[in-house]
Design a protein around this ligand. Structure first.
Ligand SMILES: Nc1ncnc2c1ncn2[C@@H]1O[C@H](COP(=O)(O)OP(=O)(O)O)[C@@H](O)[C@H]1O
Ligand SMILES: [Mg+2]
Length: 316
């Protein structure tokens, strides 16, 4: 039924009922009107208005729901849809809105996918250059310093050795940077080794206690999914160290019927994620890229980031 006839019908029902009551009820209206008659008439009108408002509210509820979804919908949490029923115009509107969300979600997933692929390529290029150019040069400097230190006398020798130490420290830093930019271990040794080395290094760097629980029978994953899992762990660990004030973080990878589950849980003070920053939005975009879902539960007892990757991945 169309919106026009629905509202017309509601009004007709209310007015018809009132007229029927007036016709059959033993009421008379005197001139001038008596107080009791006025009270009955005003009361009847109030009942009519309330009935009309209630019926209209009921009929227009789908529009309210639509407005609410329009103001809160988030393309990084796909799948929020409304059932398309109710009056014809409203059902049409909801169906059109749902179709628009379908299109926007797939366009959003495709464009953020392109951005992420480009970003990873750029990171690889920078890592390569750091490794090949800066790394090589620093290694050469280190060798020269060593030679010079071997031939020099004190106190110059001590100073050269100190310069050697500083250079070695910087070289380590460059290597760490390269590893962070391009998790080469991922290509060479696979996800579990890459995560083991990431967590070990992270624990050494931050002093946090790290627990790993990786299932042994994990299914083989394509490189893109592995990289997504790696980046989600990287960001979750950074958040645990930066925001949670945690003492312990547990990283687990498990495999249940048809889905791979990654969980990073800290024991810090989670206060609910009020405002999602670039880090969490980035994790959501990466999850979309491989058809996975990301859930974050942040409670006073700690924060848990869970990424569920379906075995039958839909890669947009
Ligand atoms: N493990 C965590 N424990 C407590 N709060 C967190 C945790 N992770 C994220 N948050 C909160 O969520 C916010 C958004 O995180 P994120 O999107 O990674 O942005 P950023 O790390 O750049 O601030 C953080 O500013 C922080 O308040
Ligand atoms: Mg962050």
């Amino acid at each position: 039924m169309s919106l026009f006839w629905r509202i017309f019908g509601l009004n007709a029902v209310v007015l018809g009922t009132a007229t029927g009551l007036l016709l059959w009820a033993p009421v008379t209206v005197s001139v001038p009107v008596l107080l009791t008659e006025a009270v009955i008439l005003v009361g009847g009108m109030l009942v009519m208005l309330v009935a009309n408002a209630a019926l209209l509210r009921l009929a227009l509820a789908p529009l309210d729901r639509l407005t609410r979804l329009m103001t809160t919908v988030d393309l990084l949490r796909p799948g929020q849809r409304l059932p398309a029923h109710g009056m014809r115009e409203v059902a049409d509107l909801i169906r059109t809105f749902n179709a628009m969300l379908d299109r926007l979600e797939s366009e959003r997933a495709a464009s953020s996918g392109r951005v992420l692929v480009a970003q990873e390529a750029e990171r690889r290029r920078i890592a390569q250059e750091l490794h090949d150019e800066v790394g090589q040069t620093m290694t050469a400097i280190l060798l020269s310093l060593k030679r010079a230190a071997d031939e020099a006398d004190e106190p110059l020798r001590g100073e050269l050795q100190q310069a050697q130490e500083i250079t070695r420290g910087s070289l380590d830093e460059v290597r760490r940077l390269v590893r962070r930019l391009r998790p080469g271990v991922l290509d060479d040794l696979g996800l579990v080794s890459a995560l083991t080395s990431l967590t070990t290094e992270f624990a050494a760097h931050t002093g946090l206690r790290l627990l790993r629980r990786f299932d042994t029978d994990l299914p083989a994953l394509d490189p893109q999914t592995e990289l997504v899992l790696y980046r989600v762990v990287q960001e979750s660990l950074t958040n645990a160290a930066r925001h949670a004030g945690a003492g312990r973080v547990e990283v687990s990878l498990s495999h249940t019927d048809g889905a791979l589950l990654l969980a990073v849980a800290d024991d810090g003070h989670g206060t609910g994620i009020g405002h999602e920053g670039a880090g969490i939005r980035g994790m959501r975009e990466r999850a979309l890229l491989v058809g996975a879902t990301l859930d974050i539960v942040s409670q006073p007892a700690g924060t848990q980031v869970r990424l569920t990757v379906p075995a039958e991945k839909k890669v947009p």
